[in-house]
Design a protein around this ligand. Sequence first.
Ligand SMILES: *Cc1c(COP(=O)(O)O)cnc(C)c1O
Length: 421
Amino acid sequence: MKFENSLSFAKRLDKADALKSFRKHFEMPMVNGKKCIYFTGNSLGLQPTSTKKFVNEELQDWAKLGVEGHLHSRRPWLYYHKFTKKALAEIVGAKPIEVVAMNQLTVNLHLMMVSFYRPTKERFKIITEAGAFSSDQYAFESQLKWHHQNTDEALIELKPRAGEYALRTEDILQAIKSHAAQLALVIFGGVQYYTGQFFNIKKITEAGHQAGAYVGFDLAHAVGNVPLTLHHDGVDFAVWCSYKYLNSGPGGIAGAFVHERHAQNFELPRFSGWWGHYEKERFQMKKGFIPMPGVDGWQLSNFPVLSGAAHLASLEIFQQAGIKNLRKKSLLLTGYLEFLLKEIDAEQKFFTLLTPSNPNERGCQLSIYMKQKGKKVFSALSKAGVIADWREPNVIRVAPVPLYNTFEEVFRFAEIFRKAI
Ligand SMILES: *Cc1c(COP(=O)(O)O)cnc(C)c1O
């Protein structure tokens, strides 16, 4: 599409937006008594207006039924994780047996690494992107220590080429190939949290498997943001959180994927708990763990229903909107933002974009690398009612989210940003 730098053009796009009705299903935060421009759905997604109802229903059922709610509430708590499966499977491109809502992201990452990072004398290396999210780095480091590995030798962190901000797929594939004989695990972000780069999950997975390694992804910034086909791509495992693009509330319940090919593999070592035990015998409280088939067999504890209720409220919206439709709008919305930003500073004197310009290699987010006046510009944005995200040393991340952001907001943001500069 040929974009135009004008308010009337932005308004025309909003008018033609098939998803425009979804905005009113979200609570919009206020700054100085006015609705803000909320471009931080990549950090904490907004609250759906239906969340209160879902959570309240559980509070009511708990009040009315007490423990009987496990079986007799309107969404029996005993089976709660099952109610999320269909929507999650659609969002990550998986079968219901491959997805489950459980725990928190970093917990799930550890659980998956317990099963899929099994270093031997020959195969012990992990390949990942340099500058992964801190929690992931700590998880990798501690897993390596746990297995008495030397971090310097075993952890391969891939950096972009000199002068570039994103990793080239060909370089990732080459690195996997060159470490093949010693490679145990390939693990990448789906969308890199800092640069916004959307990695080529299919190609990385194929290369990892060819090298004889397991392949996993941290989808914190990918889930609900970009199209995913985990089953088809053959990914071994994936983890995500639900409070970013999935709008399920601060600290909301996370999720995990384990490919169907591992569904019946009960030999895989794992850390177990009663909620992963064979369902029909779970309450017999017997000795001897028998896992549920599929990813359900990795569950530890009984389901956090209040946080799960908020998750369900949001997943219902994703099912109504459709992940394909969301992506279609997202490509336009972020494309428009990129177009307007480039018009502001064509010579890149003040800033440059870290995020790949190829729309297939990014999601909603654009990471603006400030060459000067970064902090000042950011504080001017805040004063003007923009909620964006500052990352040290000099990056402003903005993410127009197709469920609730508009083209007019993108236009107004660009105006505010231009004036701030
Ligand atoms: C947001 C995020 C996390 C946060 O981890 P929690 O366990 O949810 O606190 C971890 N990794 C990545 C890549 C993230 O983007």
